[in-house]
Design a protein around this ligand. Structure first.
Ligand SMILES: [Zn+2]
Length: 295
């Protein structure tokens, strides 16, 4: 099954809502990083957050999110674009932390103290950047706080997953709901009450619930239109050419000593784990190019 996201707006125009299922994408990315279950849940929530944030962008725009905490997981780094492509990694994929009740403890794995930084490449000279302190370190609440505090849009976010005993991602997904200005405080209050009363999102996802069904629960009784449906998938934008450009930017001197000391270079993409090997002959070519640029 393909992962997808749906975008809807209340007929009154007062509320915008997104819902997505990201099971396959989370499974694919976590498999690449060989994560243990708690790290899987954490990275999975980050990926779903990325898919939701990406859907708020316009074509060609990108968003990067960094959740950094004082826990053993250290960080969750996510990048997403408006086309539904997501990639991400965690500081330590081998974190497996449980709460006393046996549930995966994402909050303490990331750590209670820290920051969420969101950078948006909107095609302007400088990326838009906002930072908030981590709130619960459970990801959904942190993203909601960022949207409310930094972007000043009343928002609620729900993100959930269902991880099997053996670590398989059985289900993942989430929703994001926002008040559209001029904001009606009554609408917000009603939505918040409704969200509190919803059955657990992980149950709905685990039963095979799709994004349309998440929206139905979320917006029950509010007439709305579905504006769009888009696929969500893992994609990494790394390539040999991009890595070459990074090497080239190091300059002739640095590259020459790299050649002399290491007889080549191996660069691994943090996002997808792809290895790029450059032998002495490859480095010679890049050194020649660097020399030309420096001349
Ligand atoms: Zn990559």
């Amino acid at each position: 099954m393909t992962d997808y996201l749906v975008r809807a707006i209340a007929k009154s125009g007062s509320v915008r809502a997104l819902a997505c299922v990201t099971t396959a994408t989370v499974g694919a990315i976590c498999k690449r990083h060989d994560t243990l279950p708690t790290a899987t849940a954490a990275l999975g929530r980050g990926i779903t957050a990325g898919a939701l944030m990406g859907a708020l962008l316009k074509t060609g725009q990108r968003v990067a999110m960094r959740f950094e905490g004082n826990g053993p997981l250290k960080k969750i780094v996510i990048e997403a674009d408006a086309n539904g492509s997501v990639r991400g990694y965690v500081g330590d994929p081998k974190v497996h932390l449980l709460r006393p009740d046996g549930a995966l403890d994402v909050n303490n794995a990331l750590g209670r103290a820290g920051f969420l930084t969101v950078a948006k490449d909107l095609g302007l000279k400088e990326p838009y950047r906002g930072t908030v302190q981590l709130y619960t370190s459970g990801i959904a609440e942190d993203l909601a706080l960022y949207l409310v505090e930094s972007e000043q849009i009343p928002s609620a976010v729900g993100i959930a997953e269902f991880i099997e005993q053996d670590g398989t991602v059985a289900a993942a997904g989430g929703f994001l709901i926002q008040a559209v200005p001029p904001v009606d405080p009554l609408v917000i209050e009603e939505l918040m009450t409704r969200i509190e009363q919803l059955p657990p999102l992980s149950d709905l996802l685990h039963k095979g619930g799709n994004p349309e069904q998440i929206l139905e629960q979320l917006l029950a009784g509010i007439p709305y239109d579905i504006l769009e449906k888009r696929n969500i998938a893992f994609a990494c934008s790394c390539s040999r050419e991009r890595i070459e450009r990074v090497l080239l930017s190091m300059g002739k001197k640095e590259l020459s000593s790299m050649k002399k000391d290491q007889h080549g270079s191996e660069v691994t993409c943090e996002f997808c784990g792809e290895h790029y090997l450059f032998d002495e002959a490859d480095l010679d070519q890049i050194i020649a190019e660097a020399a030309k640029q420096e001349a």
